[in-house]
Design a protein around this ligand. Structure first.
Ligand code: GLU
Length: 430
């Protein structure tokens, strides 16, 4: 049966899953539209990814059987430059989740004004169930399959949830073997020996910390002595926690995929990092109390850092949060309903699209260094990162004040205007 859709109707695959991350993103775009002025004419551009690729990733398992995984690469927007964004390996990854993550990359890259569009990738696999050899085969086959749309000036992947420097090295090698030259600029977050950048590993956490300090200053919250609760103890959560602790804050609670721990006097982060390295999670850490996972949201704290997955702060727990400020290390951790509840309660939310932009900012430095084959010192990288983050935050803070909107809507105003201005200047082809 054929149906006649209106020329403005969204394609069916974009209408699905309105309660998930893509639905959250669409609501965020709706909230910014009244502030876009004449550029609102182009807003539909933001509501549909430019290109979505779904690939089959078959690999030989160690036991001799063949397994198929589903892989995705979505290029949401390339108006301001090549696609850019990480690749996650997770058993629950879906196309609509990757679409939302790619759209948040467009917004994030424009918010810090790095010359990229937005993209994201994922493979629907639990990497913890794979041997090292199987993980390498998944990575290489996935890279080969998305090789038709990525490239140093087309779309540049990077690490995200459950992917790391080793996986980036395999991606770089696979792409390079396929094109017949060593193309270091095709991915960022690589090992230093392969054109990686100093400071990249800590960059997202350093950005979370930098923007957090600026925001705390605006609301008169002192970092020294502040109580911090962190959800997620991967690259983002652990580094942010360490930097806040070094500045005199107390990390009172940490939750990860396996459990929640609490210590009012503050956790010993070096000992916790060692425990996680040895056991794979925060559970069973001796010098802390275990908590039930729901209790995490009610922990008495001043700063809450969600640094795990999307959709964690919802209408069900936003009313319980005791923090004065939420800094989003994760992408998409807060639903629009929870955003409203937090705003009503006077809790400042520093949104993902600025708070966690430090990672992609240093990815940009890595890409520039690879192109010029000239590498910078760690001090220079950190100084440039801090300057970009502080300047971007100052602009967004002012826009929020001027328009009496949340920091999320303010970030979307700044970023979406940049994207749509570029879109308009380029014009429609043909
Ligand atoms: N995965 C990170 C993010 O969500 C970094 C992306 C990148 O460096 O391209 O921002």
């Amino acid at each position: 049966m054929t149906t006649t859709a209106s020329p403005h109707a969204l394609p069916s695959y974009l209408q699905a899953d309105h309660l998930g991350p893509w639905g959250t993103y669409l609501q965020q775009v709706d909230r910014v539209t009244p502030y876009l002025g004449p550029l609102a004419r182009w807003v539909e551009t933001l509501k549909r990814p430019k290109r979505c690729l779904i690939v089959d990733v078959p690999i030989l398992l160690d036991n001799g059987t063949i397994a198929h995984f589903e892989g995705y690469r979505v290029q949401h927007n390339t108006s301001r430059g090549p696609g850019k964004g990480g690749v996650r390996f997770h058993q629950d990854v879906t196309l609509s989740e990757v679409m939302a993550l790619s759209a948040w990359m467009s917004v994030k890259n424009a918010a810090v004004n790095v010359p990229y569009g937005g993209a994201k990738g994922g493979v629907r696999v639990n990497p913890k169930t794979l041997s090292l050899g199987e993980l390498e085969r998944v990575t290489r086959r996935y890279t080969s399959e998305i090789g038709i749309i990525i490239g140093p000036s087309k779309d540049i992947p990077a690490p995200d949830v459950n992917t790391n420097e080793q996986i980036m090295a395999w991606m770089m090698d696979t792409y390079s073997m396929n094109v017949g030259e060593t193309a270091t600029g095709v991915v960022t977050g690589k090992p230093l020996a392969l054109g990686g950048s100093l400071g990249r590993r800590d960059a997202t956490g350093r950005g979370v910390y930098t923007v957090g300090v600026e925001a705390a200053h605006q609301i008169g919250l002192k970092i020294a002595g502040a109580r911090v609760a962190v959800q997620g103890f991967g690259n983002v959560g652990s580094v942010s926690a360490r930097l806040f602790a070094e500045a005199g804050a107390r990390i009172v609670a940490v939750q990860d995929h396996a459990g929640t721990i609490y210590r009012e006097a503050g956790l010993d982060l070096a000992a916790l990092a060692e425990h996680v390295r040895l056991t794979g999670s925060v559970t069973g850490f001796a010098s802390a109390e275990p908590l039930a996972s729901a209790a995490f949201w009610q922990v008495p704290c001043d700063i809450l850092i969600p640094a795990a997955l999307e959709g964690q702060i919802t209408a069900a727990n936003a009313g319980l949060i005791t923090a004065r400020m939420v800094i989003e290390g994760a992408n998409g951790p807060t639903t629009p309903e929870a955003d409203d509840i937090l705003q009503e309660r006077g809790v400042l939310v520093v949104p993902d699209v600025i708070a966690n932009a430090g990672g992609v900012t240093v990815s940009y430095f890595e890409w520039v260094q690879d192109f010029s084959s000239f590498f910078w010192s760690e001090d220079e990288i950190n100084a440039r990162l801090v300057r970009i983050m502080k300047e971007a935050f100052a602009v967004i803070w002012q826009v929020a004040q001027d328009n009496r909107v949340s920091l999320r809507t303010a970030t979307f105003i700044v970023a979406c205007k940049r994207i749509l201005h570029a879109r308009e200047m380029r014009g429609l082809y043909p």
